[in-house]
Design a protein around this ligand. Structure first.
Ligand code: OFO
Length: 170
């Protein structure tokens, strides 16, 4: 069993992960619209992984015999000036998610819920990868994005990203 405070913050985190999926999907639509189909694919894969992140929390809450409460998902439909700004927004967003996960970890410690604290390690590690992978893409766009031939090759490379279903075990 998990207590009400822990249950509430985990449900909020489900909402944030699904919000992330929505944001990445909106970015994917924008990128497809400007012809960057590879980066559009990359963000679409990320969107699917965010749904997995939400589902890991969803299953955990159910496993602990607590109530899942799904709240409305609200995002701002932002305008972007190009792929560099998309990467910058992703990085900013992922840093916000990292802080949010940190808060979950702190709360579980305060509530002496060590099982959930242990569970949250998966997300703490995942956030290191999330921040680092977008910074790599950002630096590539900054280095190669201004010339058409190299932009084409970079976009092609991003289009090769494969979706792998994320689970608590993976
Ligand atoms: Fe679920 O890590 Fe990104 O937002």
């Amino acid at each position: 069993m998990i207590n009400d405070k822990v249950r509430e913050i985990l449900n909020e985190q489900i909402n944030k992960e699904l919000g992330s999926a929505y944001i990445y999907l909106a970015m994917s639509a924008y990128l497809a619209d400007i012809g960057l189909y590879g980066f559009a694919h990359w963000t679409e894969v990320q969107s699917r992984e965010e749904i997995d992140h939400a589902m890991i929390l969803y299953k955990y809450i159910l496993d602990r015999k607590a109530k899942v409460v799904l709240k409305p998902i609200q995002i701002d439909n932002e305008e972007y000036s190009g792929p560099v700004e998309v990467c910058e927004k992703i990085y900013e967003h992922e840093r916000m998610i990292t802080s949010s996960i940190d808060c979950v970890a702190y709360l579980t410690e305060d509530e002496c819920d060590l099982a959930t604290r242990n569970f949250i390690d998966w997300y703490l590690n995942e956030q290191i990868e999330e921040e680092s992978s977008v910074l790599k893409v950002l630096s590539k766009f900054k280095a190669f994005g201004s010339e058409k031939a190299s932009l084409y090759l970079l976009d092609k490379e991003l289009g090769e990203r494969e979706y792998s279903h994320q689970t608590y075990e993976s």
